[in-house]
Design a protein around this ligand. Structure first.
Ligand code: MN
Length: 239
């Protein structure tokens, strides 16, 4: 099931069909290609949530998910489309935009919105109904090699999440063939510095405040115990 989700996201972000942008191409694109021609005007789309808005209850309420996905995630998509329209970045994939704008002060707004689209799609897939439990064998072996045990990894993720000052993300990544836990601030993503993301937990206040108020640690512990999608991490490990 998750393979389909990841593939959908990846194909949306590549948008190879958007290379045909001349007016002649757009005219030829009438009929069955009309939706693609329309997509060229607003190339980035909000990927569908991989589950219903109430699927993560009671750990994350439908109310939180409704705002988080429908307002925050959608807002980043709408902002990015406005920011890149008519620029040299307009036809590029999300990943390319992130790589090209990372660390550039004059492109901070574009980077922040693009990276937040990517981060949120990755976060939704990092969670699942009835998650938690035991990771698949190959991943578990790598976790034990790097952290000693699954519980020790969960503690490391909880510590990273709790110690991220202000908004940001806690991540399980693969770097130099070793699993590591890292945290990033605001919209920052690990892959701009060469680490491959496997899982993430959103620790922006909008991710938990309606359900947990200031108790970030309670939200993170509940996510790790009941929602974390080890299968998604295992799939990313295998790529
Ligand atoms: Mn968020």
């Amino acid at each position: 099931m998750n393979e389909t989700k990841v593939e959908t996201f990846s194909s949306i972000s590549r948008r190879d069909f958007l290379t045909a942008t001349s007016s002649a191409a757009l005219l030829l694109a009438a009929g069955s290609f009309a939706s693609k021609a329309h997509a060229a005007a607003a190339p980035h789309v909000l990927p569908p949530l991989p589950y219903a808005e109430n699927a993560l209850e009671p750990v994350i309420s439908a109310n939180t998910l409704s705002f988080h996905y429908g307002k925050h995630h959608k807002g980043y998509v709408d902002n990015l489309n406005k920011l890149v329209a008519g620029t040299e970045l307009a036809e590029l994939s999300l990943e390319k935009i992130i790589m090209l704008t990372a660390g550039k002060a004059d492109k901070a707004a574009i980077f922040n919105n693009a990276a937040q689209i990517w981060n949120h799609t990755f976060y939704w897939n990092s969670l699942r109904t009835s998650g938690g439990g035991e990771p698949p064998a190959a991943l578990k072996q790598k976790i034990e090699a790097a952290f000693g045990s699954v519980d020790a990894l969960k503690k490391a993720l909880a510590t990273a999440a709790a110690s991220q000052f202000g908004s940001g993300w806690a991540w399980l990544v693969l770097e130099n063939n070793t699993l590591k836990v890292v945290k990033t601030g605001n919209a920052e993503v690990p892959f701009t510095s060469g680490a491959k993301p496997l899982l993430t937990i959103d620790v922006w206040e909008h991710a938990y405040y309606l359900d947990y108020q200031n108790r970030r640690a309670d939200y993170v512990t509940a996510v790790l115990d009941k929602l974390i999608n080890w299968s998604f991490a295992a799939e990313n490990l295998g790529k």
